[in-house]
Structure formats: structure tokens, C-alpha cells
Unconditional design. Structure first.
Length: 82
DNA sequence: CGTATGACGTGCA
DNA sequence: GTGCACGCCATAC
């Protein structure tokens, strides 16, 4: 619970035009080995107040998105442009 | 409480 | 450089 809560705070703090990796978020959350749980939490919670679309993989790829990777790509492109 | 899942990451072939 | 398999942590059922 605390972990997921912290992850939410971190992701919500991500400014526009910036993206963090699951690993980075997990590190900031205090569990650099829980990068898997990070995506899992965002996936099951998919909170609209959490710009989870700003969280990408360490490979630089988009990764996944409950609403659809396409939507994530669109959002990233749009926000990065701003 | 225990098992299975999941939006990942790293290592080896 | 690409592909496959294993390992890891938290959440949900």
C-alpha cells in the first residue's frame, strides 16, 4: 500500500514533457527491484490523476498501457511537444 | 494466507 | 543486434 502510494506521488510529480522509467520510479519509491510492481500498481489502479503514460521502459520504448499503447504514444507526443 | 498475474529488466545464446 | 528465458516485487483474487 505504502509503496503504491509513493509511486503515485512520484508519477504525479512528473512534469510535462518529461518521462520516467519504471526502474527510476521504483528507485524513488524505495524499491529499485520493484519496477515490476510499479507498472502493476498503475495498471490495476490506472488513476486518472496519475500521468502513468509518462512512465516508459528503460529500453526507451513506450511499454504498455491499459487504455492502449497507441493512446500512450499519442499522449507522450502531445505532452512532449508542449 | 497462498497462488497467480503483470504496463519490466537483465543476462546469455 | 535480436530473441528467448529467468528473476523479481507488489497487488488482486
Amino acid at each position: 500500500m505504502k509503496f503504491g502510494y509513493k509511486v503515485c506521488q512520484i508519477v504525479k510529480k512528473i512534469p510535462r514533457g518529461k518521462v520516467l522509467t519504471y526502474k527510476k520510479v521504483a528507485e524513488l519509491a524505495g524499491r529499485p527491484r520493484a519496477f515490476r510492481a510499479v507498472g502493476n500498481i498503475l495498471n490495476k489502479n490506472r488513476d486518472p490523476k496519475i500521468p502513468c503514460h509518462r512512465v516508459i521502459r528503460s529500453d526507451g520504448k513506450i511499454g504498455g498501457y491499459k487504455n492502449g499503447q497507441k493512446r500512450k504514444i499519442e499522449l507522450l507526443k502531445k505532452e512532449q511537444a508542449l
